[in-house]
Design a protein around this ligand. Structure first.
Ligand code: ASP
Length: 301
């Protein structure tokens, strides 16, 4: 069976209603075998992402301030999802363990990673998939650099024995087994790593927009979507300031020549944008996308 890796961002997993859409998407295609999940994101514009709540809470713990109320608000976010899905599970033991680890200063990366960890536990239960904690398989070296070779071996071996799994995004661990996160937005990187480790046919990255636009909609009205873009073109656009996929997230998929498809959880029928190594497709346009930076000069020597 061919394998797809699918990653859902925080806005796609912000509440129970979104979880239901995610389950419909995943279960509609039995080749969507490995699901990478973010922490719950914003439900409305001035909402707070669970990752930010965790950072704040941990900072309070380190200062020796009481963080019980702040932590309660995090528990509520997860309990709302659990009850909204009608699941018969309790994360109370997990919450207690995390609070205890905060009090013992388990580290800011550990703290931030718990959003993905808990959300993935809920999603795994809801989908009936296995839960795989990436701490043991996504590895960094002593310098804190991500180690693709070791990870590919460990994660590839682990997942070869599991047909369907949910894997928390955003983190792995150091050689001394402490948790280390990628940069913010790092679940995109995890999705790309999992795709590489299982030689996926495609890496679907599900978010709240139907792919990239040809240019910035704040400047140009109603720009067309980009249907296909090469890794290289995307890199150029990112370099010139387009808020697109990070290089760190592209590299593991690119290395294994796996196309990335940016898709919209709220409009799954939209084609989205394909990021590929080479395009044989003749585009309607000569120019793929336009990005720019103010006050930017290039000096060529
Ligand atoms: N939850 C993390 C963040 O807010 C990682 C992610 O969503 O990809 O940055």
């Amino acid at each position: 069976m061919s394998t797809k890796v699918v990653k859902f961002g925080g806005s796609s997993l912000a509440d129970a209603e979104h979880f239901k859409k995610v389950a419909d998407i995943v279960l509609a295609d039995k080749t969507r075998r490995y699901v990478v999940a973010s922490a719950p994101g914003k439900r409305f514009s001035d909402d707070v992402k669970v990752t930010d709540m965790l950072y704040r809470c941990y900072d309070m713990a380190v200062k020796g301030d009481s963080f019980s109320d702040a932590f309660k608000a995090i528990e509520e976010r997860f309990n709302d999802i659990i009850s909204g899905l009608g699941l018969d599970i309790s994360l109370d033991d997990e919450f207690a363990g995390i609070k205890d680890a905060f009090a013992h200063r388990a580290g800011r990366d550990y703290a931030a990673s718990r959003g993905e960890y808990l959300n993935s536990m809920i999603l795994a239960k809801y989908l009936g998939f296995d839960f795989v904690d990436p701490a043991a398989y996504i590895r960094f070296n002593d310098q804190g650099q991500f180690d693709l070779d070791t990870t590919r071996t460990l994660l590839g071996e682990k997942l070869s024995g599991i047909t369907y799994a949910v894997i928390p995004g955003f983190y792995g661990s150091m050689p001394n087994d402490t948790i280390k996160t990628f940069a913010r937005g790092g679940s995109d990187v995890t999705g790309s790593i999992v795709a590489n480790a299982v030689n996926a046919v495609i890496y679907e990255n599900w978010t709240d927009v139907s792919g990239f636009l040809v240019t910035d909609p704040h400047i140009v009205d109603d720009p067309e979507p980009i249907t296909t873009i090469t890794y290289r073109e995307l890199r150029e656009l990112a370099y010139m300031g387009a808020g697109v996929f990070s290089d760190e997230a592209i590299f593991p998929a690119k290395k294994a020549n796996i196309p990335i498809n940016i898709k919209n959880t709220n409009k799954p029928e939209d084609r989205g944008t394909f990021i590929v190594s080479d395009t044989a497709e003749t585009s309607r346009f000569t120019i793929t996308g336009i990005a720019g930076k103010k006050g930017f000069s290039v000096i060529q020597i």
